[in-house]
Each structure stands twice: as structure tokens, then as C-alpha cells.
Design a protein around this ligand. Sequence first.
Ligand SMILES: [Zn+2]
Ligand SMILES: [Zn+2]
Length: 351
Amino acid sequence: MKGGFGFLAVVRVLDRRFVFGIRLVRSWNGVSPQERFHASLIFPAMSLSIRLLGTSASRPTVERNVSSLAVHREGETLMFDCGEGTQRQMMRYGVSFALQDIFFTHMHADHLLGVIGLIRTMALQGRAEPLRLWGPKGTSRMLKRVEALGFERATFPVTIAEVDAGQPIQRTGYSIVAFPVDHRGSTSFGYAIIEEERKGRFNPDLARELGIPEGPLWGQIHRGLAVTLDDGRVIEPSVLVGSKRKGRRVVITGDTRPCAATIDASVGADLLVHESTFGDEDAARALETGHSTAREAAQVAAGAGVRRLLLTHFSARYSRDASDLEREARSVFPNTLIGKDGMEIDVLYQD
Ligand SMILES: [Zn+2]
Ligand SMILES: [Zn+2]
């Protein structure tokens, strides 16, 4: 088959951002929509990014709002924590209000109060779609109070679910797994977002060389099925498809002391978002208040062998200048970033 390949730039508007994706397509003359669909399955690349909405501990400052972050995965938005003022941060940084899930790490006010205002705005906008609030065991009473304060008149259903540690919440292509962290004896969770393994890499050059027509057959082979060609040859998928590839893993700690559970959940993670309330000079205070220093967060990252560490949840004293924290963390784990409100991090596949 001599049909030439063309690269088509696909421009999508996603959460009010322009996202440029390149998708490999062939010149479609005489190709049915079904075949197009199959061919587009051959090179799936799901976008995954994190948007920090608030990076301050306990109270907002001029530079930083209190805790919240949004995870965008291929058009879907998940929110983790929702401190006071988060809805305004969403507007500033172009995060869609159409999100359906808010996961809470724990019930301290600086991670929670923003959901009241957010629900009120959603109701004013006439939202009809359900909103799910997730929290650690024992938090549904608090979340019901939040819901009651958020509504004058309910326009959409809010469901409240308590999450069990270690019990995956399954989504299409990934799961969310909570793990217990160590924060002042409260029931506090971190969350790991774990993508399923991806199919092995398909070799289009070899497929063409073997004279396998592009289209549905490629898709079948990529899905692991042997195919018989018109000339009677049987092509086994192992000829054209490499071994399965790792999905991505993002871990979000919420508030915590450095702990083994975070290391376990973060082994091989592509991105660890770890709290870093204090610097070395306040190590005793970190211990006392159930928080981590930047150096301790870096030790966790190094212990788990993550690819990147993103620090957040800074005490107000570091709000303007967190360079001490950056230096202390990087002395242990060089690939450390200091989070800023509005910062967006793309999480790319390793292969
Ligand atoms: Zn906090
Ligand atoms: Zn806390």
C-alpha cells in the first residue's frame, strides 16, 4: 500500500487553553471512518498535567493562595484539596468548573474551606452534573456540613464518598489510590494517580515493509491479535509490537511528616508533589506540627527514586523567597522544583 502519511496538527481547546497535539494520520482517500478510528488507536498519547492553584500553608499570602491543585488528564479534571479562594484561582489559571471530582487529603480548614464557595458558584451557574467529594474515612460528616453551607437550593447532586486506603478508585485507563500519611494524628491521605500499562510500541515501518495494509489490521495486531493476510501469511503480534510500557504515576502527599507510606506509594513515580512547609532552620517546628522540611521531602523523593519532585505548601515566611528551601532540597535531590501558584507541569511518558 503506497498511501502517503501526513502529519496533521490537531488543535483542541481544552480548559480554555490551546493544546497542540500531533496525530499521525494517513491521507484518508477511500478509508472508512471505522478504519480511521482504528488507525488513531495505534499511537495514543494521553495528556497529563498538574496545575498548582495554591501553594501556601495555613493561610493565604500576597503571592500564594492556600492548598489546591488540579490534575488534567486528556480533558478530564480532578481536583485535590480546595482551600479558601480556590475558585478565583481556577478563573485566573483557566481551570474548568466542569470538574466532577474533588479529593481531600484531610479536613484541615486550609485544604477545605474553598469548596463551600465553589459549590455556591456552581449552583449559581445552574450546574446539573453531579459533583463527587472524596475524603479519608470519617470525613463524611464534615463534608456534609460543607455541602449544606454551599447550597441555598441544590441544583445538582453532591455525593460524598469515604475512601479506603489501598482500595483503587478505577477510572478509564488509570486509578486513584489513597495511602495514609503521618499528619498530627489526623486521618490524612496522600493520593497516587496510577496509569495502566500501555500497549507495546507498534512498528509501522516494519508493518509497511511486510506489506500489511494500514487500517484495521494494524489495530488488531497492536491489540495482540495474530492476523492472516490475503496471501495466506500469518503475522504474529510479537513481530510488530514491543513489550508493554509503563504508565505514568503522580503522587500527591497533602500535609505530612516524611513517611514510609509516601516512599512506598512513590516508587518510580514520574512526579511527587510533596509538602514542604519549613526549611532546615525550622526542622523542630516541622516535627512538632506534623509537617516536612524541604530537605525531608527531598529525602523521600530520593528514597522512592522518583523522576521529579515538586514542593508546595510553604509557610508564609517563605512565601516571597523560597530559595533556601530550593537549595536545601536540591542538595539531596537535584531534580526539585519549587511550586508557584499557577505553575503547570506536564508529566510525560518515560518511553
Ligand atoms: Zn495544610
Ligand atoms: Zn493539615
